[in-house]
Design a protein around this ligand. Sequence first.
Ligand SMILES: *Cc1c(COP(=O)(O)O)cnc(C)c1O
Length: 421
Amino acid sequence: MDHFLYHDGELHAEDVPVAEIAAQVGTPFYCYSTATLTRHFRLFDEALEGMPHLVCYAMKAASNQAILKTLAGLGAGMDVVSAGEYMRAKAAGVPGDKIVFSGVGKTREEMRIALEGGVRQFNVESEPEMAALSEVAVSLGVEVPITVRVNPDVDAKTHAKIATGKSENKFGIPIARAREVYAEAARLPGIKVIGIDVHIGSQLTDLEPFRLAYQKVAELTEVLRADGHEIVRLDLGGGLGIPYERSNAAPPLPTDYGALIRETVGHLGCEIEIEPGRLVAGNAGILVSKVIYVKSGEGRDFLILDGAMNDLIRPAMYDAYHDIVPVREPAPGAEPAKYDIVGPVCESGDTFAKGRVMPHVGEGDLVAFRSAGAYGAVMSSEYNTRPLVPEVLVHEHQFAVIRPRPTFDEMINRDTIPAWL
Ligand SMILES: *Cc1c(COP(=O)(O)O)cnc(C)c1O
């Protein structure tokens, strides 16, 4: 469910007409709804009610500080995967003890930054990383709580680029080697084992892979406890999918997911952490773009938009589907049209949809990409020297630009010319 609905024939973001934002900000731009962000965070939080827990928003999905502050105000922790994200979370006012540091290639410098600023735990992904973390912690005179990310060798049944829980993926340590690695962790100074971490992938639309993974984590908890480790926290990762295509069967809800967690690991008495990203931010954001031209091709019409793959790369990168709807509500019973929907970038990959059946739109009309809040703006670039796409946050009848569009000068003047030229 989201808060982008038609009222009086116009698409609104909460109580604000999207066209009004477009008139002020220009296109393309991302627009987020505070109400949807809030609703989605609460769904997860409530799904874990009764168990000690912390929902750590995976901020790589959408990391604008205004979004982080909105979620942190509701009690969210953050899952970060780089020093930059760590510092951004801190800048948004998230305390260190609510920040979990994940990621397969943390550098010593990143470790130092997080240890100095305070961190809830590190999710360690390899033995060399563990050794490095131990060294850095000792050099700073601190003890850092850790979990080890285990790779349960479970098929998440999602797009290959976002599956992370199979043995061929680079993530975590093979669960079969966990006892060995935990024994090593117990020997190392400066680190303190507190739990287990698992994250098997993104855009999962079926609970079964989660069930298999969490059952393995439950078994491992017992084994490690018998080995003498104190396992008090389970970080169960993120990955719950969202309905990109409204005609498809709806993916499981956070409540179903919460029930599954209770069922598989609830008896262990551990504090539960989850790291949802996509489901919190995905349907909380749209990308608004304008039709530049409608061009007739051979056997097809091209809808050429002012948004492009540099603004939203998911279709090019993951073959992702996004609903694309006109901002002005189509008349009831109007004949649909069929378009190849493309951006202006000089690549055939700059195609959002082929043969898409949607209401007729014409030059100058606004369209909105639904479900674009996650892995949208954060993956945008200035490819083709197109200004970085701006972001807007709506709250009831108010809206604010939360990342302005750079001017051409700002963009171009970032280059520095060597003295010899
Ligand atoms: C990307 C990621 C997440 C979030 O995944 P979503 O599919 O956006 O929920 C959570 N944890 C880790 C470690 C990740 O890398």
